[in-house]
Design a protein around this ligand. Structure first.
Ligand SMILES: [Zn+2]
Length: 92
């Protein structure tokens, strides 16, 4: 049986005291030079300042996941734009 994670009370934002809203977010991590995106992560998001919090067990799951190189290797790949900084454009 799947553990229910929706409906958790994230309380108020530590920064601006606004009640947090539960959302599914994308989180990105750089692991050994590789960008990994974890989708649909349940998190509390502050509608005021954008502060995000995840539950401790969700955080632990992510930590285990990003250590699991086999699972990462099998995951579907997405391509992202990669743009090199160009000093000439800054000098315009
Ligand atoms: Zn806030």
């Amino acid at each position: 049986m799947k553990k229910e994670i929706i409906g958790y009370d994230y309380g108020e934002c530590e920064i601006c005291d606004t009640p947090m809203q539960e959302k599914r977010i994308k989180q990105d991590f750089w692991i050994r030079g590789e960008l990994i995106v974890v989708e649909d992560v349940p998190a509390g998001v502050c509608p005021q300042c954008g502060e995000k919090v995840v539950k401790a067990d969700v955080g632990r799951w992510i930590m285990n996941l990003i250590e699991d190189s086999e699972r990462i290797a099998k995951a579907p790949k997405i391509s992202v734009p990669a743009i090199k900084f160009d000093i000439e454009e800054v000098r315009v």
